[in-house]
Design a protein around this ligand. Structure first.
Ligand SMILES: Cc1cc2nc3c(=O)[nH]c(=O)nc-3n(C[C@H](O)[C@H](O)[C@H](O)COP(=O)(O)OP(=O)(O)OC[C@H]3O[C@@H](n4cnc5c(N)ncnc54)[C@H](O)[C@@H]3O)c2cc1C
Ligand code: FES
Ligand code: FES
Length: 1314
């Protein structure tokens, strides 16, 4: 029976028998007919229902139409759909909060300026799947990857893909930009758009070069206000909104309703209908990236604003009315067009600040109205848009209870917005006599929320000594929940002349009183910093207004730093006769990576019945576990099992003896916040995710966590003797006799590795054990860890890894717990299991780079030679000292300087943090930084130029290092003098000095950092297996290293091709696995590429010997025929080699390098610009200069992150890591790299000890990035000299904007006009 049932007024269906309300649940409504069974009375019925209700959407991906309904949760993201349906495995994800960009796809969205649909890069992790009805999506799989103009191909050719995990995102970002502009983009536009995708590997230079190669400088269209289309409706005569053709609709899903109104009236009605219910309006859904409570998962009713075309209105008449559905990108485009119009000059300032909000792709999605609503919901939010609109005195049109109301923006925050809608903003003209500026100070140059933002709008009479004619506007964001206007200062300044120094003095005094930043949120920068910045920005504005009236030396304070377009230069040797060795070429896998075809572990299709596991984590840092109760979790649908430590069949330990045990799951004590306590296994990730929070854990004996090294020292939280003291000569005696003594303390912090692929393992039960795919740098030990916890032989575990999406040390051992946890889950349910750490969990649960601290005393001769150094190193191990580098401090403690007497005391501190681990140049990076800090300190005390002092103490050829290694081939002196000459250092030093003399508020700094880096081979055991296939002569290689972006596979192929004399394209490297290359050690320490290359070299040489007799018999015959003949003659065409080096000295050889960095510093804010970097690095006879330059650039930029940006904060009471996402933890982006980035590999420098004359380069260049910190320090010193505070100060790492600003010691007394 078909019942002709009209939709209920709330758009739900009513059962004709019992009148229960339903939403259609069972598939599509076909021809308007729905069949179903009433869930209340069981009546089976058919509805002919209103066509505006549907139960599925259509979405076009790469030209193919998909129908999607309740098989996906109503809160699903576009990313979930693309990946779960396996439509686009090239589209990755990491953060799921808009901060990383690995998930970018291209979407056709309505563009109200031209009233057309246009291409935008968007974050598929933020886009709700069910807002995509009718959308056209292009993913990495849908674009050209083969033609010469293809972006993936060019990214690969420019060496812009190392681990490749970010590459599809980079490509889609470029693709959408080019598509939007029809190709006509400038280099600047390209560079501006690189804010959307993090790359942790390349250092961005190669990605920027790729992007800029598409720029058409002469083909740029300057957008104009006339371009804005205003089609008028034939029927109403009003501006066409395009909405009259569309019908509002309801998408009814199992777990959510999506309303899609198309008119404001319908929107208001929908809201009225749903008053009091748990609904959320959605435009870009990017607010969820900032405030997790806005996750669509938390709402059963979602009201999609995108279809309301009236809200895209752009009315550019006497007043300017801009609809609330304009994205930030579109708002920028509109204002940019208006900025040239009389009385709208302030639009330029508005554009500047908008382009500094979030990332290009987030701005493409996000509405300005959504941004204001975040501020409304969270008044502490540092909204740049709110500050901007307050500054220009905007008005808002708001639908209040269905009635349109216009309010000044100043009333917005106090208006109850429940059930109200922002309809539009109204912008007024501002007379030219007004001076409007909007500033933003943040942690990095792109994609970082404001620490402080400021907007100032003054009506000035220049001719009356800069009289403030009317009450000015002074707005600050980031101060506190309630602070908006500096009202007292506004009042004070009204009618006063800014040209009078006393006015400034008085205003600063009032402002100092009224700006009182809230210091209650420990994740934010300090109150004192934010206050300094607010005062500094006010001073900046006054100097800007005064122009030439201000003394010339102070004028540099009037503008923020500007960053020119960046560029890079590279130079290196190549020896064509040796090709493919020494040949610059890109990674063999680069094109697969850039085109989304490369398979990472999470891209491997699940086996039938695959389940999902997640860790239950502790919420205390130093307590005893009293009870664990999983009963609630186990009752949840889809939850299969809870595993606690007692359920482990083998041992609860992933660290085989003699290493100290490392628990997989805490037994009766938790030592850090987010320590794994149990594992939930469920049918899918949603169920597992929901269940972990339902496991009830109670604690007793809670103790305050130890979180700092100072606290650990004070509480004697020290691991017993993890390394021996090192004594060379008599340091104490030498220091006592020295003419000059210098003592101090210096420290450097944690660093999160930020591998874009988080820790992951897939375990599939097999007939003889488990097949495992795991993100590990150490196959052998990962296999062992799994076998130990399961209590089975290692041989039961078949483990393989094709590639890693970044590692940098994070997957040497920190993957073992994840692998073991996954195996425990798989063993418990006897089904395939996937355990992929959520990004935030990854950040909190997994250990990081060790923080270090050093107390030192140095003795110097009166003419500045190092005579004795006594140094106590402290390192913060977290809860387990296993991986500390204290025993290996000799790798970097002396850096490049000779000192005859050393006394080194190593102390390993225990803190209540996750066990720390190796991170790219683990021991050398901190110890070289510490030595450089000591050298800077000594130079200051001696009154010497730091570079001269360093050069004076550099090692000479043949001298012995503290570990008694003779520096037979040391070339650090030659390198340093070559760099000093080639960079015109002496002249630049003079220029910097002149600049600093002429400018008070901008200072420049130069720093030279030489480096010696010991490469240790001992223990670097790797197997290689080379098999020539008899039928066609092609070759397969398996080696013990793990490809994680460093190009190891390409290098071994080069070696193999060169040794066998065959083309590279017939050689393939297979995934590393636990059988063919058993017992290989970890990939790390920069040595794996060269040692695996040697293993392959040995295999190939042995094969050559075997093939030689046949070859001799077949002169001139092709390789393929010779091999087939060998095969026919039963010659073994496979060879295995076990590389197990044991060198005479601690280090096989040393890498040397030297770097000069120049920076400009903004003293008022602490922000910097790295103007230029010149690195000269001895890479021996580089096996592949293109790959090696990529390693130098990537390592250097990762180091810049460590030394300048990346800061981890903990809640001092609970021990919880607070910086656990992309919102607060800032790794470098493309505009944080040097503006002029020059990498030079030393020419004609074969390494007599190296494999094939090469030297390692994966880690050493990172250690020279501290030169940026020292350049900043020199700039601060120049300022402190000006203000009479020229005393030594330690600049700890990271030298964040905050730390740098505070180190300047500036105060308002120096804020003068002349
Ligand atoms: C990675 C990232 C970086 C960011 N960086 C910055 C930054 O540097 N500076 C800064 O200021 N902001 C920043 N933001 C915030 C960003 O600007 C906002 O998330 C965005 O503007 C919200 O717009 P939306 O359309 O996505 O809103 P949604 O997320 O869709 O909605 C947010 C809220 O607004 C409500 N809402 C939306 N439209 C209306 C309307 N018309 N009327 C009433 N209510 C409405 C929704 O119901 C919801 O409660 C960042 C965000 C992300 C994700
Ligand atoms: S996963 Fe989408 S931005 Fe990070
Ligand atoms: S290549 Fe960009 S993250 Fe690895």
């Amino acid at each position: 029976m078909e019942e002709n049932n009209a939709l209920h007024s709330s758009k739900m269906l009513s059962c004709p028998v019992c009148a229960a309300l339903h939403i259609p649940q069972e598939g599509n409504l076909k021809n308007g007919v729905f069949t179903g069974t009433c869930q209340s009375c069981g009546h089976f019925f058919k509805f002919r229902c209103n066509s505006s209700t549907k139960s599925s959407i259509t979405i076009t991906v790469n030209g193919k139409l998909y129908n999607v309904g309740s098989e996906y949760a109503g809160s699903s993201s576009l990313n979930t759909f693309l990946r779960d349906s396996r439509i686009s495995m090239g589209t990755k994800y990491m953060c799921k909060e808009g901060g990383c960009g690995t998930c970018l796809v291209q979407a056709q969205l309505y563009e109200p300026i031209t009233m057309e649909s246009k291409s935008y890069a968007v974050n598929s992790c933020l886009v709700p799947l069910f807002s995509c009805d009718g959308w056209e999506i292009t993913t990495i799989e849908g674009i050209d990857s083969t033609s010469d103009k293809a972006i993936p191909k060019r990214l690969a050719q420019y060496n812009g893909s190392q681990c490749g995990f970010c590459s599809p995102g980079q490509v889609m970002n470029m693709h959408a930009l080019l598509d939007f502009h029809g190709g006509g983009v400038t280099k600047q536009m390209m560079e501006d758009a690189t804010d959307a995708v993090i790359c942790r590997c390349t250092g961005f230079r190669s990605i920027l070069d790729t992007m800029k190669s598409y720029a058409e400088e002469n083909n740029q269209h300057v957008p104009d206000i006339e371009d804005i289309r205003t089609k008028h409706c034939d029927r109403t005569g009003q501006i066409c909104t395009g909405s009259c053709h569309r019908q509002s609709s309801l998408l009814a899903l199992k777990d959510a309703q999506w309303f899609r109104p198309t008119t404001v009236d319908d929107l208001i009605k929908t809201i009225q209908d749903n008053k009091g219910k748990n609904y959320k309006m959605v435009f870009g859904n990017t607010g969820y990236g900032v405030y997790k409570e806005l996750d669509p998962l938390n709402y059963s009713i979602l009201i999609d604003l995108r279809g309301v075309t009236e809200l895209y209105g752009i009315d550019f008449d006497s007043t300017i009315v801009l609809g609330s559905n304009l994205s930030l990108t579109q708002l920028y485009d509109v204002l940019y067009r208006g900025a040239g119009e009389p009385l709208y000059g302030h639009f330029k300032e508005m554009c500047k600040i908008i382009s500094d909000v979030a990332t290009t792709s987030v701005r493409n999605l996000a509405s300005w109205a959504g941004n204001l609503m975040l501020k409304h919901k969270h008044p502490e939010f540092q909204s740049d848009i709110y500050t901007m609109l307050e500054t220009v005195g905007a008005q808002l049109e708001i639908a209040v209870n269905g009635e349109s109301k216009i309010i000044p923006i100043s009333q917005f925050l106090s208006l109850d917005m429940t059930d109200n809608i922002i309809i539009a903003m109204i912008l007024n003209s501002i007379p030219d006599s007004h001076h409007v500026r909007i500033y933003k100070v943040n942690k990095r140059n792109q994609s970082a929320h404001s620490d402080v933002n400021a907007g100032l709008n003054f009506n000035i009479d220049v001719d009356q000594n800069f009289l403030v004619k009317s009450k000015p506007t002074i707005v600050f964001g980031g101060i506190s929940k309630t602070f908006v206007h500096a009202t007292k200062t506004e009042e004070y300044l009204t009618g006063k002349a800014l040209g009078d120094q006393n006015t400034l003095k008085g205003a600063l005094s009032v402002l100092t009183q009224e700006v009182v930043p809230d210091d209650s949120d420990p994740v934010l920068t300090s109150a004192i910093f934010r206050k300094n910045v607010a005062l500094g920005l006010f001073y900046r504005f006054v100097l800007d207004i005064l122009g030439n009236k201000a003394g010339s030396v102070f004028r540099s304070g009037s503008v923020p730093l500007t960053r020119p377009l960046s560029s890079g230069k590279q130079s290196y040797d190549t020896i064509p006769i040796e090709w493919p060795l020494t040949q610059p070429m890109t990674k063999v896998e680069a094109i697969n990576q850039a085109s989304g075809r490369a398979v990472y572990i999470n891209d491997i299709a699940g086996q039938p019945g695959e389940c999902y596991a997640e860790f239950v984590l502790s919420t205390e840092a130093n307590a005893k576990i009293q009870s664990i109760d999983p009963s609630e979790a186990l009752k949840m649908p889809g939850v299969l099992k809870f595993i606690a430590a007692k359920d482990i069949p083998g041992v609860n330990n992933v660290a085989p003896a003699p290493a100290p045990a490392e628990e997989v799951l805490a037994v009766d004590k938790v030592e850090y916040f987010s320590q794994p306590i149990g594992i939930i296994v469920a049918e899918n990730s949603t169920a597992a995710n929901a269940a972990v929070s339902k496991v009830k854990v109670t604690y007793t004996d809670q103790q305050p966590p130890i979180l700092t090294m100072e606290d650990a020292i004070q509480k004697k939280s020290i691991f017993p003797k993890v390394a021996d003291e090192l004594k060379v000569g008599d340091a104490e005696g030498a220091i006592a006799k020295s003419a000059v003594k210098v003592s101090g303390r210096i420290q450097c912090g944690n660093q999160y590795h930020m591998a874009m692929e988080t820790q992951i393992t897939i375990c599939n039960p097999t007939e003889d054990g488990f097949e495992v795919f795991s993100s590990t740098q150490w196959v052998d030990r990962c296999q062992k860890s799994i076998a130990m916890v399961l209590g089975i032989p290692d041989s039961c575990i078949s483990l393989s890894v094709r590639r890693l999406g970044g590692a940098y040390g994070s997957k040497i051992s920190r993957n073992f717990v994840v692998a073991a946890g996954c195996a425990l889950a798989s063993n418990a349910v006897k089904r395939p299991v996937r355990l992929s750490l959520d990004f935030h969990v990854n950040m909190k649960m997994v250990g990081k780079r060790f923080p270090w601290m050093a107390d030192y005393t140095v003795g110097l001769s009166s003419d500045g030679l190092l005579e004795g150094i006594k140094i106590t190193y402290y390192t913060d191990c977290g809860i387990n000292p296993t991986e500390n580098s204290l025993a290996g401090v000799s790798i970097g403690m002396d850096n490049a300087y000779f000192c005859p007497n050393w006394h080194v005391i190593p102390i390993a501190l225990k803190t209540n943090k996750a066990m720390n681990t190796a991170c790219r140049s683990p021991g050398s990076c901190p110890t070289i930084f510490i030595m450089e800090s000591i050298m800077e300190h000594c130079a200051k005390i001696l009154g010497k130029d730091p570079t001269d002092f360093k050069v004076q103490n550099l090692y000479k050829k043949g001298q012995l290092t503290p570990v008694k290694m003779p520096l037979t081939y040391c070339n650090i002196r030659e390198l340093t003098s070559q760099l000093i000459q080639s960079t015109d250092y002496e002249n630049r030093k003079q220029m910097v000095a002149s600049f600093n003399q002429a400018n008070r508020w901008k200072k420049k700094g130069l720093s030279v950092v030489p480096m010696k880096f010991g490469i240790g081979w001992t223990g670097g055991n790797y197997t290689a297996l080379v098999a020539i296939h008899g039928f066609d002569g092609s070759v397969s290689i398996s080696h013990g290293g793990i490809e994680s972006g460093q190009g190891i596979n390409t290098k071994v192929i080069q070696v193999c091709a060169s040794t066998l004399g065959i083309p590279m394209d017939v050689i393939k490297v297979k995934p590393t696995d636990s059988l063919s290359t058993a017992n290989s050690t970890t990939t790390g320490g920069s040595i794996t590429s060269e040692l695996c290359s040697n293993a392959v070299l040995q295999c190939c040489q042995a094969l050559n010997k075997r093939i030689a007799p046949v070859k001799q018999k077949m002169p001139g015959k092709p390789w393929k025929d010779i091999i087939f003949q060998c095969f026919s003659e039963n010659i073994d065409l496979s060879e295995r080699y076990w590389e197990a080096p044991n060198t005479q000295y601690t280090f096989a050889y040393n890498s040397y390098g030297v770097t000069l960095t120049e920076v400009t510093l903004d003293l008022l804010t602490g922000q910097h610009c790295i103007d230029r970097v010149d690195m000269l690095f001895d890479c021996g006879e580089s096996m592949n200069p293109e790959i090696d330059i990529g390693q130098c650039e990537g390592a250097f930029v990762m180091g810049l992150g460590y030394f300048l940006h990346e800061e981890i904060k903990y809640d001092q009471n609970t021990g919880e890591q607070l910086t656990d996402g992309t919102w607060e933890y800032k790794v470098p982006l493309a505009k944080d790299i040097p503006v002029d980035f020059r990498i030079n590999l030393l020419k004609n420098a074969p390494n007599p000890i190296g494999i094939l004359r090469a030297k390692a380069c994966g880690e050493p260049p990172l250690c020279m990035s501290c030169s940026a910190l020292f350049a900043i320090k020199h700039a601060i010193e120049a300022f402190r000299k000006d203000i009479g505070k020229d005393t030594y100060f330690a600049l700890d790492a990271p030298a964040t904007v905050e730390r740098v600003q505070l180190a300047c010691s500036s105060d308002t007394a120096q804020f003068v006009i002349e």
